[in-house]
Design a protein around this ligand. Structure first.
Ligand code: SF4
Ligand code: SF4
Ligand code: SF4
Length: 732
């Protein structure tokens, strides 16, 4: 009988094999010993060192290919840098497979706070990311499925389909559709909360909110073809028309409800509505389309990748209109349409002697009220020995508060834990989306009260349910909790970094048109279009979305933006990339120094007409739902020039994409005919047909396509090439 090896001997054998084959052993000692133990266990159990990460059938003829080193390891190392179990690695793994290929990139991580987090035992996202590395190759490639219990299945050299027969393309397309549906659901819920608030305002059921932008409300009612006797009736009418977009069912309700989303019908350019009708992607209602997508992607339903990708585009439109656009419209009506406003960004906006309240999340219903109550309760804070109350914004709640009130844009999502690590925050209130589950544990290292509300819930946090009618009572209670907590602050544990930057915010489409109107009152878009035609502005690019810890603290987005500005490309931004841009100082007039001379001259001319030394070269257009403002802007340009969006010299980029929401936002842009750069790449690489359609063929249908680029330079090259091609096609 074959002599069994000891763990140490298996280690030695593996090490020698790695050396002979030109590989390296896993450098992470813990992971390495885990795999060795697994091999030893299998040897003890079966008599052979079968791969501990694969299923042993018990039939040696079948299992022989998975005796370590298994039949797959060479291909896996070639494709993903390591074998499935992470035992053997490519010798140059870091160089070839590290997420960041440009070593020269700077880091945004505040080193003293990161060190403090370690000292205080507070967990930090970048450390948790390191513990997850290397991440799963099958997941990256989009070719794993666990939609039924015959799985989980993975496409491997040995298995071209899942147990049910689903191919790589079916699996990747289904996964993508689920991702987009999840993203759209977040924005649809966001819009619905706002629409419900408007309804209650109109019905007189709440005094906590009111209509701030009457003009916008009236315009929307007019576009919907309605007429009312007074403002309250208008609010009710508009809200009810919004609700149609969540419930329209053909042949069920008595009144005629049209056949597709009201918000799409009144906002999208007509030629696009025609195209979307032709390819059958006009959504019926938001809820039914997400339900249908979940139905279609369960085992044994829609297994036609073409049909699945069309449904992806349809969900992109759900996101764009029943989510983003509706949410923005409702928020502008309830809280005011943003206009030019100055603010500050970065962690240095926290104040030492103040009660600091951090608002984190997305839906501004509660943050608006907390801001109001922080002013009303200022004296209470003084009584506690504080100099006042300092409200700061994190993530997209930050963007909402900044664009309307000039509140500090303190931290993007990846910095949210560092806000707490300062030890200077009395309360952090989190409502929905992008709230790390780690926050309660981090808050427990300090005196901070973590308060969850709306959909956010977390063990260890105080949950205060939100009710529109009780918004004042809830906001008052939360501000009082924060004030009361000021006395518990441990001054020895406070570290507020110095970094803060000035920024200009409030670039709604209305504000952009107003600013341009100073140059041409009759045709405000004319100066912008003329400068695009002449090449003074080579193009416009939206750099949007999340900041990704996979980039390990490096400034991918900022580097990409600077590359584009150099080429005379104007940048607009939203979301967490807006935080990043502001922190880099790209949203202030002085940042024109990064622009090519032609763009610089245009921005200075517009700036001077608006009493600024220059317009910032990166325009802050708001939160993630405010990506609707970007679609609105390009639709306005398209209407004005009579040139389809797909032919304009424009593009979008989510250079550090994280969330499902960012994928649905990107899909909305693709449906509108916009080329979208995505990094880290979408999870479709293992599905050749899906990859081909999204990166190539789609351009012939909607005009949109996915651009790749895994370093800022590669991304800039792909985007600039796209814009130059569009200019050539337009002969400008
Ligand atoms: S489900 Fe997919 S991504 Fe997750 S571990 Fe399994 S194969 Fe990897
Ligand atoms: S649906 Fe098909 S591919 Fe997915 S887990 Fe089930 S059997 Fe496997
Ligand atoms: S940009 Fe991404 S991380 Fe930031 S708020 Fe939006 S979805 Fe969340």
């Amino acid at each position: 009988m074959k002599k069994k090896m000891k763990e140490q001997e298996i280690y030695k054998f593996s090490k020698e094999y790695a050396k002979k084959a030109g590989f390296a052993l896993n450098k992470n000692k813990k992971q390495l010993s885990y795999v060795i133990k697994g091999l030893k266990k299998n040897e003890d159990k079966y008599g052979f060192r079968f791969c501990p990460c694969r299923i042993v059938t018990g039939n040696f003829e079948e299992d022989r290919i998975i005796v370590c080193p298994c039949i797959y390891h060479k291909q896996e190392i070639k494709d993903q840098g390591h074998c499935l179990c992470n035992l053997f690695f490519d010798k140059d793994y870091e160089k070839k497979f590290g997420a960041v290929k440009t070593k020269e990139l700077e880091s945004w991580v505040n080193k003293s706070l990161a060190a403090k987090a370690k000292k205080d035992n507070a967990s930090f996202v970048l450390d948790r990311f390191e513990a997850q590395r290397p991440q799963c190759f099958f997941g990256y490639s989009g070719i794993c499925c666990k939609n039924c219990n015959m799985g989980p299945c993975r496409i491997t050299p040995r298995a071209a389909t899942g147990v049910c027969g689903a191919t790589a393309d079916v699996i990747a397309a289904r996964n993508l559709l689920r991702t987009i549906s999840a993203g759209a659901c977040c924005h649809v819920e966001h819009a619905r909360e706002n629409a419900l608030t408007l309804l209650k305002v109109g019905e007189g059921k709440t005094k906590a909110y009111s209509v701030k932008d009457k003009e916008k409300l009236n315009q929307i009612e007019k576009k919907l073809g309605k007429k009312s006797k007074n403002l309250n009736e208008t609010a009710v009418n508009v809200a009810l028309e919004a609700f149609e977009d969540f419930r329209r069912q053909h042949g069920v309700f008595h009144r005629s409800e049209g056949s597709y989303l009201n918000w799409l019908k009144i906002n999208a350019p007509n030629y696009l509505q025609e195209l979307w009708k032709k390819i059958d992607i006009l959504p019926e209602n938001a809820d039914i389309e997400t339900t249908r997508s979940m139905h279609a992607t369960t085992m044994g339903n829609d297994t036609d990748p073409r049909s699945l990708l069309l449904q992806c585009l349809k969900l992109g439109l759900v996101d764009g209109y029943a989510g983003l656009r509706m949410a923005t419209d409702m928020q502008d009506i309830l809280f005011g349409t943003p206009h030019l406003i100055k603010a500050e960004a970065n962690l240095g906006t926290l104040k030492t002697d103040f009660v600091n309240i951090a608002m984190h999340g997305h839906i501004p219903l509660l943050s608006e009220k907390i801001l109001e109550w922080s002013k009303k309760l200022e004296k209470e804070a003084l009584k506690q020995g504080a100099k006042g109350i300092n409200i700061v914004g994190v993530c997209c709640t930050g963007n909402e508060l900044t664009e309307r009130h000039g509140i500090a844009l303190t931290a993007h999502t990846v910095q949210s834990e560092l806000v707490l690590v300062t030890g200077a925050v009395e309360a952090m209130i989190v409502d929905a989306q992008c709230i790390y589950p780690s926050l309660a544990a981090v808050a427990s290292c300090y005196h901070t009260k973590l308060i969850t509300t709306m959909i956010a819930k977390m063990p260890g946090a105080l949950h205060i349910p939100f009710k529109i009618e009780d918004a004042d009572k809830i906001a008052e209670k939360i501000v009082k909790i924060a004030i009361d907590n000021f006395k518990n602050r441990n001054k020895a544990k406070v570290l507020i970094p110095k970094e803060k930057t000035e920024l200009y915010s409030g670039f709604s489409v209305e504000q952009i048109i107003e600013a341009l109107g100073k140059l041409n009152k009759k045709e405000p878009l004319n100066p912008l279009v003329d400068n695009i035609k002449s090449g003074n502005i080579k193009g416009i690019v939206a750099i949007i979305g999340c900041r990704n810890p996979k980039l390990r603290g490096k400034k991918f987005a900022e580097t990409l933006i600077k590359e584009l500005l150099k080429e005379n490309i104007l940048v607009v931004t939203t979301g967490c990339i807006a935080h990043a841009s502001a922190q880099e100082g790209l949203m202030k007039p002085e940042a024109v120094k990064y622009c090519g001379n032609k763009l610089k001259a245009v921005l200075e001319a517009i700036g001077k007409a608006n009493d600024l030394p220059s317009l910032p070269p990166v325009l802050h257009m708001g939160s993630c739902v405010d990506n609707s403002r970007i679609i609105n802007l390009v639709s306005e340009i398209s209407n004005y020039t009579k040139i389809p969006i797909s032919k304009l010299p424009i593009a979008a980029s989510a250079p550090e994409l994280v969330t499902e929401k960012a994928v649905s936002i990107g899909t909305n842009a693709l449906a509108h005919g916009i080329a979208v750069h995505i990094n880290p790449p979408l999870w479709i690489a293992g599905a050749p047909w899906v990859t081909k359609v999204l990166t190539k063929d789609l351009e012939k249908i909607t005009g949109g396509k996915v651009l790749n680029g895994e370093s800022p330079k590669e991304a800039a090259k792909a985007i600039i090439e796209h814009i130059e091609n569009k200019r050539k096609e337009l002969k400008i």
